[in-house]
Unconditional design. Sequence first.
Lengths: 430, 375
Amino acid sequence: MRQLFICRACGLIYDEEKGDPDSGIAPGTRFEDIPDEWECPLCGVTKADFEPFEPFDGPDTGEVVGFKAGVIVVGAGIAGWSVVRALRSVDATTPILMVTACSGDSYHKPELSVAIGQNSDRASLVAKVGSDQAKEFGISLLANTYVIGIDSTTRRVRTTRGTYPYTACVLAAGARPSRPPAFAGATLFSVNHIDDWERLSKAIASSGQTRAIVIGGGLIGCELAENLVSKCRSVTIIEKQDLPLGSLIPEKAGQRLLEHLNNINVNFLGSNTVTHVVDGEGCSTVYLETGTTLEADVIVLATGLVTDQRIAKSADLRFDNGLIVDSKTLETSQKGIYGLGDCIAFEGRPSRYVEPIIKQAKAIAHAISGKAAPYKHREPVVRVKTPRLPITIEGLVKPEGAWTTKVDTEALLVMEQVDGSSKSTVSVGR
Amino acid sequence: MGSQGFRGKDLSWFDDRQVLTDVAEIAEKKLQPLANRIDQEGYYPCEIMRELAVAGAYSGHLQRYGSRYDLAIDSMTEISRHCGSTGFMSWCHDVCGLYMEQSGNSSLIARLDGHVRGNTLGGTGLSNPMKALTGIEKMALKAEKVDGGYIVNGCLPWVSHIRVGGYCGVIAGVSEKTDHEIMFLLDLDDRATLRECPKFSGMEGTSTWAIELSDYFVGEDQIIADPVRPFVKKVRPAFVLLQTGFGLGVTQGAIDSMIEVEDALGHVNQFLHDRPTELQPELDDLKAKIHELSSDVLNGAPEMLVDILDARAQVSELALRATQSALLHQGARGYLMSSPVQRRIREAHFVAIVTPAIKHLRWEMSKLMKADLAA
């Protein structure tokens, strides 16, 4: 087989098939047969500065065929793909460019915490591979690409694969697990993306006898814990409040959930915080504020999400725990830039649920096309996916406020909170 | 930092406006008439660089002169506006001064006075190592520990703003296994061989040579950093940010050339893209952003590095657009080989390909963003 050699100094490639006739090296001369005095025909370094060359064979990053200017969608999660779908339903031809840090594969994120307890693999979770989905919608997809900044004056998005002009830009960039610097190491996982999920499920599968620690006993923490028990030797939740789901449900409901967790062998350590994690040989030690230490093979971070501010800062977008958007059109403080999903916040409250996203996408698609389909924000119905003790939360709850018990049987607890004209309900069990 | 301890001419270097006025005047009156000779005949304008040094062009960013990176960048902009080659060499000279000062090595600091005043000239050979340290290519120079120092071998393909008797900052790999490298000031005496480079499409007057080292001994007095990585991590933001002055100047020069023909050609130029009225505000915004980033570049937060790389990439993109547009604005007169307009297109290409090139910047930003997401 013909071998290639590259000049480490200037990048010139010596091809044995072509030789270097200008320097008297005949075509077909093998590299090892070239005299040592031979010099790089471009930069003059010697033969010793050459090394075997392997051509680049990298991941598919997608392609931007013919995208001159149009709608740029940042992010390829449920929010990103929902916007694309909504845009295509009102306008089949507007050029759309999706820029995403991942592969762009579409999947249903809420399934991830349940899937951890099943024998799922990535292929069974991915509804459609990013490039195929892009083809179907007739859009350009830039995968494995990061948005560095947006210039709202000249209307350009700067990415790690070039600068693209937009007529409208939709931010669907999501949020990321908030991770204190003291939490680091190879055993630390999160489940906010299918890539994270894949890492975690592989780690559990290879460990066999996993001791899992879930940091954070909120919605994701409880869902994960219930689904992890079938796969792990032990599962412990560490939560700073005294009861699970403390910021979402009243005490009485929390007690019931706690009993349930105990019954299914989830160890719940309430009123506890982790100070730091120390990586060890194959497992880690988790240090609690109380002085207790715990060993873990897998640590899952479920302490909530934060929205990255880089894009907001670069485009001078108003921000309060998330992008501040118009309540009807979801346009940010800069004209032509919209936001939806996990990266926006209403009155400083981020809405990190899937339910509103489709309506938000529809409102944005219409606003961009100059039509009206105003969004109306409503607290989404939250269903905690703890299969053996389903929990539903409706309305904006204040756990500390007054609650009335509506149903209280062994299998079901329903509680209600009335605040002026608004009513909230929490139901635990069936 | 105050001006205590400085006397005579040095004192005027603390007056930003004075420095910029003097630098701009030398660049316009003396450098500009030579720009063609520099570009095409390869004339190395060391006399003018000395004058620029005396005016304070190469002092601002140094800690001893108050770490005024904005002043160093603005000086470089004024120089590059008239001659990109000299603007680029100004960057070489600036970062070489930065290495010497930040080395903390008293032998090198003792040489800094002569360097800032332009009595001696020195550049930087970090193109290959900067790429090597970030994983793009392999280290070209190899060092071996010996009694009292190191022996270095290898070849650096093209290093600018050097000549026999000059010097430059370089890095050599000691061991790939332990990520050990050394950085030193390479004195280009008879122990080093300078070899001519092939003819480039532009930047001919930058005195660019290939350096060949064969058992070159590096003593304590030449060491800039050992180990290198913490040092490079510290100076890299400054290294990249300073370079923006070169591209900003080439862009400003291009806009100047568009405005120059506005009276004569405005009636047709109005149909062009990237008009001076569009480009000037973009340039001004970018410059303001760069000034902001320059306030504490040696001690900035880690996330600032992406902003600096981003700014540097934007400078490249803007220089490419502006110089291209300037040629369209000037038409045939800009296409004459004697016209600065066509020269600047080649200069802008260099802005975009010199390390860190646009592709390196994107590679690095991508790496940093990925690491940040994983953190």
